[in-house]
Design a protein. Structure first.
Length: 320
């Protein structure tokens, strides 16, 4: 599994990401319960001429429920049963199939994570309960891809599940009175053509734009971007901070991710805080030369709407 990034929003949201076996760090976010107040007078927020996304912070704080949410994103590589484990009794298969999921939910519970985005799950479309969590699966294609979202069962009420493809799914509803959309995405690698990768992001955008307005104000995304976003540039200062991917050049996949954030008024949480480690994936095809800049990569990101930016406390990589 890959390492993950962590983000904390005061009275609101923390974010976490994790990495795969060949990766070494991860990211985590958080939101806490202190006041389960409901959103009031929502219509005035929808119809206001105020620039809601980022400009009128006082208005956002006035309407925002007070609670803490700790989140994580993790490329699990696989939660499916391996082919060489297919022999044996049905109960043995079931036990082997769920051992990784059991470890995942147990670890999430220990860390106090409320919601986690998952990529490369390789699980069929469906919903299942494991431990303290309800797991929503976005399906897979011939044993590949597959995304998921794992949410504390106590929070998993009134959630609509929308599976767009084996690479993108959404949970739409409310958590402790806050209307929001959660999404998990697994993008194409640079091996695919630019047009294919661009169409992939267009599919994400079409799905997000189809959601009812009140659920679009607050979005939280977990994405394996398979990209480099490059060094800090003022051109992108509205949606990213100064950290992550130092001394790397932005590639076309990174540009697509940044453009996606601009289009949906979201920020990359793990770029706003200075940390010792940013890496969420290490390249197994390159000799383990720590001095090789291509050996370390930040591919996994936690995205939140600008409406939540002022509530973000911390985000970083959790090395596991």
């Amino acid at each position: 599994m890959r390492p993950s990034n962590q983000t904390v929003l005061p009275h609101s949201v923390k974010v976490v990401e994790e990495c795969t076996e060949s990766e070494s760090e991860s990211t985590l976010p958080t939101i806490s319960d202190s006041d389960n107040s409901e959103w009031e007078d929502w219509e005035s927020l929808e119809t206001s001429n105020t620039e809601i996304f980022g400009a009128d912070v006082d208005l956002i704080k006035e309407f925002a429920p007070k609670f803490e949410l700790k989140m994580a994103t993790l490329n699990v590589r696989s939660l499916a049963l391996r082919p060489n484990m297919m022999k044996g009794t049905h109960s043995a298969k079931r036990s082997l199939e769920n051992v990784n999921l059991d470890l995942l939910t147990t670890n999430a519970h220990i860390q106090g994570i409320h919601v986690m985005g998952l990529q490369e799950c390789r699980r069929a479309v469906g919903v299942e309960v494991n431990g303290e969590y309800t797991c929503y699966w976005g399906g897979c294609k011939r044993g590949h891809y597959g995304v998921g979202i794992m949410l504390l069962t106590s929070m998993a009420t009134n959630m609509e599940v929308v599976v767009v493809s084996p690479r993108f799914m959404m949970l739409i509803g409310s958590i402790n009175g806050m209307f929001l959309t959660l999404f998990s995405a697994y993008t194409y690698t640079g091996k695919e053509t630019f047009v294919t990768r661009q169409e992939n992001y267009n599919q994400y955008s079409t799905a997000l734009d189809s959601v009812d307005t009140k659920y679009r104000i607050n979005r939280i995304g977990f994405i394996d971007g398979n990209c480099n976003i490059g060094n800090y540039s003022e051109e992108w200062e509205d949606i990213r901070g100064k950290y992550v991917d130092e001394d790397k050049h932005m590639n076309t996949s990174g540009q697509l991710l940044l453009e996606f954030c601009v289009a949906h008024k979201m920020i990359l949480c793990n770029t706003y805080f200075e940390n010792d480690v940013y890496t969420t994936w290490t390249n197994p095809s390159i000799s383990r030369d720590e001095s090789n800049p291509n050996y370390h990569n930040t591919l996994d990101f936690v995205l939140i709407s600008k409406t939540l930016k002022e509530r973000m406390v911390i985000c970083g990589v959790d090395v596991g």
